[in-house]
Design a binder for this molecule. Structure first.
Ligand SMILES: NC(=O)c1ccc[n+]([C@@H]2O[C@H](COP(=O)([O-])OP(=O)(O)OC[C@H]3O[C@@H](n4cnc5c(N)ncnc54)[C@H](O)[C@@H]3O)[C@@H](O)[C@H]2O)c1
Length: 338
């Protein structure tokens, strides 16, 4: 099996490539990444000696480069993580880049999948396409929930997903889409809330929470997400979408307090800042029976969330130089939380 992984220098992509190289010893992997501010070549450094892995720098919005890389590698499957992902950047002046990468880039991939008769394409998407729930709303997202995106980021991801659906319906393109809640774990870029708070707390800086801090996210460990994508890649049904959830809802304020407790720091470092425009109150995904039928279940369920968070904090403590360099690369864009 030869797998073409787009967006492999980012947070989830780099974890996924590691899972493939570790758990599928017969497989070859091509990493394809534009290395935007969020793409960190350091993440792939230690993999450069692996003869089953190679890296090509390229942009999914550049169809000629994408086609050339696919022609040379001749993959059996493509998994796409390449995306603009930071909600705040989509709100504060960069929406055009989100549309370019998350919509046009996905359409370019669909075209190469079609042109090269690639057997399977997994498009990695987000629960944010479903919009927001109220705090006391019993409803939770399922694969049948209608899209109602609220941020330019979520709208661009939903648009990419709709193109996947349309290519499947029109051409039979062998696409599957996954929708996952917020991820945490190693190699997380420090503009997102968990690594942002860990790195700030480690530097004795305040932790700024939007609004009242009661926004709820449904957290999934990146290793669990990677294994879910692998299950879909190997056993998923073409044309289907799969939600990924560890049934692990947490409010931002409870999350901040748990991190501070693990780090042995005072809760007084939590501060409240002006609300984010259009800030989704709550995401909550119903554990997917379709994904369970593929044999997947999360290792880090709600009961093991604190363990996953503790391990993540320990990773950041032992990779302080990595985090410092990643923050420098962000060039000031890591001032907001996701
Ligand atoms: N992080 C989460 O909590 C989360 C949750 C659910 C779904 N997702 C989805 O998972 C995917 C990966 O997310 P992430 O957190 O790893 O993102 P990330 O921002 O850490 O990484 C994105 C990667 O894509 C690359 N990239 C961006 N534009 C590109 C382009 N035009 N061509 C080629 N490469 C490009 C970047 O260089 C970077 O390496 C995204 O599609 C995101 O929507 C993320």
């Amino acid at each position: 099996m030869k797998v073409f992984v787009a967006g492999s220098a980012g947070f989830i992509g780099t974890n996924f490539v590691r899972i493939l190289l570790r758990d599928r010893p017969e497989w070859d992997v091509l990493s394809f990444d534009a290395l935007t501010y969020a793409g960190n070549p350091e993440n792939l450094d230690e993999l450069s000696v692996n003869p089953r892995h190679r890296f090509v720098q390229g942009d999914i919005t550049d169809s000629a480069t994408l086609d050339r890389a696919v022609t040379e590698f001749a993959p059996d499957a493509i998994v796409n993580f390449a995306a603009e992902t930071h909600v705040d950047r989509s709100i504060h002046g960069f929406a055009d880049v989100f549309v370019r990468t998350n919509v046009i880039g996905v359409q370019n991939i669909l075209e190469v999948v079609k042109a090269h008769n690639i057997s399977r394409y997994v498009q990695v998407s987000t629960d944010e396409v479903y919009g927001a729930l109220d705090l006391n709303d019993g409803k939770i997202f399922t694969e049948d929930t209608a899209f109602a995106p609220n941020s330019p980021y979520a709208a661009s991801k939903a648009s990419g997903d709709l193109l996947c659906r349309a290519y499947f319906k029109t051409y039979g393109t062998p696409v599957m889409v996954t929708h996952c809640g917020n991820n945490y774990g190693p190699y997380h870029f420090p503009e997102k809330i968990i690594p942002f708070f860990i790195t700030r707390a480690m530097n004795n800086q305040p932790l700024p929470l939007y609004g009242d801090g009661l926004h709820v996210r449904d957290w999934v460990h990146v290793e669990d997400h990677g294994n879910a994508i692998l299950a879909v890649l190997e056993k998923g049904e073409i044309g289907h979408s799969y939600n990924v959830s560890a049934d692990n809802e947490r409010s931002n304020i409870d999350l901040a307090k748990m991190m501070l407790r693990i780090l042995g720091k005072e809760e007084s470092s939590i501060t409240f800042v002006a609300e984010r425009p259009g800030h989704d109150r709550r995401y909550a995904i119903q554990p997917s029976t379709a994904l369970a039928a593929l044999g997947w279940s999360p290792k880090y369920d709600a009961e093991h969330f604190e363990q996953g968070l503790r391990e993540t904090i320990e990773w950041f403590q032992s990779h302080k130089d990595w985090a410092d360099r990643a923050i420098a690369r962000a060039n000031g864009v890591n001032q907001h939380i996701a």
